[in-house]
Design a protein around this ligand. Structure first.
Ligand SMILES: [Fe+2]
Ligand SMILES: [Fe+2]
Length: 185
């Protein structure tokens, strides 16, 4: 069940960025003017990574298991709806931050903070829902044969450039955020 291990690791990575973003938002609310470019980069990255890479893989996995158990179907449907909502949230948020960056801010600061908070909160809730409810339910339902079939159907991205580019970008952002948080202290 390589797919589960990979999705879980992606959750861990995403959660680390989201936790740091939460700390930045707290400081922002407390009056510290954030580095908007960095915030934009992190939100873009989380949104992009989730919407174009992580969620589509999960959607395909859900598709594979659909129709076996009504309760599990319901859980998976919740996640699919979340994926759609989260994509909308991340797009709106990116637009709002870009507005600030390009001095065309139509969104007041306190509203932007709320929007950031909502985005990070919803992303975290979604990760927790999958980790605590959906994935355990799928693990109970699936056989070794299912995992084998899924691993063949949904292999890890074979393009090494994409893989390493993704992790370089992740590392750079993580370090930049950590340095930025330290500078605030
Ligand atoms: Fe998901
Ligand atoms: Fe996920």
């Amino acid at each position: 069940m390589a797919i589960m291990a990979e999705l879980h690791q992606e959750h861990v990575n995403l959660k680390r960025l989201l936790d740091m973003l939460s700390r930045k938002i707290e400081k922002f609310r407390g009056g510290t003017h954030p580095n908007f470019q960095l915030m934009d980069d992190v939100v873009e990255y989380v949104g992009n990574y989730a919407d174009t890479y992580h969620h589509p893989r999960e959607d395909k996995m859900f598709e594979f298991f659909k129709g076996r158990d009504t309760d599990v179907d319901k859980l998976m449907l919740d996640c699919e709806k979340d994926h759609v909502d989260l994509k909308q949230l991340s797009t709106h948020l990116s637009e709002a931050i870009e507005g600030v960056l390009h001095d065309a801010a139509v969104v007041p600061m306190d509203q932007l903070i709320d929007q950031l908070d909502q985005f990070v909160g919803r992303e975290k809730e979604h990760l927790n829902y999958e980790e605590s409810k959906v994935f355990p339910a799928l693990e109970k339902l699936a056989s070794d044969k299912d995992w084998k079939a899924l691993d063949e159907e949904l292999p890890a991205p074979s393009d090494p450039l994409f893989g390493s580019k993704q992790s370089d970008e992740y590392r750079d952002l993580y370090e930049a955020l950590a340095a930025d948080l330290k500078a605030d202290e």
